[in-house]
Design a protein around this ligand. Structure first.
Ligand code: GDP
Ligand code: MG
Length: 162
């Protein structure tokens, strides 16, 4: 069976954009509004000749449970089924309380994790990425899912984690 990578993060941090970048196709639905991706979806990916599955865990709708509860629930299910976690943070916004809650969840899972500092579209945002060392998950990989910047180094780290 192919190893499974769960892409986890708050709504609107760029998970679906990053999944499209990883698979090289525009299949994951990208939305400008948070919380509208329909379900957890699995895609086949290849990097450096190694094949793996990528799961976009953005399957929540905002309802009575509240956003944080739903994010955690979705993330938990995705992490459970995964061999490694790609944790995506909006580096420009910085870490939020929801991000801190997700860090705890990921830690508790014991799964290997790669930290993606997304929306680093240019050198001026590199410092925002470096600030995410504070999450305690190791090296933040600065990436622009939108433009592709940094995604190769991040994927090299993903292969080591899988
Ligand atoms: P998701 O909710 O985490 O799946 O996030 P999406 O992939 O749907 O993206 C949310 C919004 O962020 C969209 O408007 C994307 O175009 C935008 N976005 C995603 N990645 C980047 C990035 O690297 N740079 C910038 N500037 N915007 C991004
Ligand atoms: Mg999404």
């Amino acid at each position: 069976p192919m190893p499974v990578l769960a892409v986890v993060g708050r709504p609107n941090v760029g998970k679906s954009t990053l999944v499209n970048r990883i698979i090289g196709r525009r299949e994951a639905v990208v939305e400008d509004r948070p919380g509208v991706t329909r379900d957890r979806v699995s895609y086949d990916a290849t990097w450096n000749g190694r094949r793996f599955k990528v799961v976009d865990t953005g399957g929540w709708e905002i309802d009575a449970l509240g956003l944080d509860g739903l994010v955690a629930q979705q993330a938990e299910q995705g992490i459970e089924a995964a061999d490694a976690v790609l944790f995506v943070v909006d580096a420009v916004v910085g870490a939020t309380d929801t991000d801190d809650a997700l860090v705890k969840l990921i830690r508790r899972s014991g799964k290997p994790v790669v930290l993606c500092a997304n929306k680093v579209d240019g050198p001026s945002a590199e410092a925002d990425a470096a600030a995410l060392w504070n999450l305690g998950l190791g090296e933040p990989y600065p990436v622009s899912a939108l433009h592709g910047r940094g995604s190769g180094d991040m994927l090299d780290a993903v292969l080591e984690a899988l």
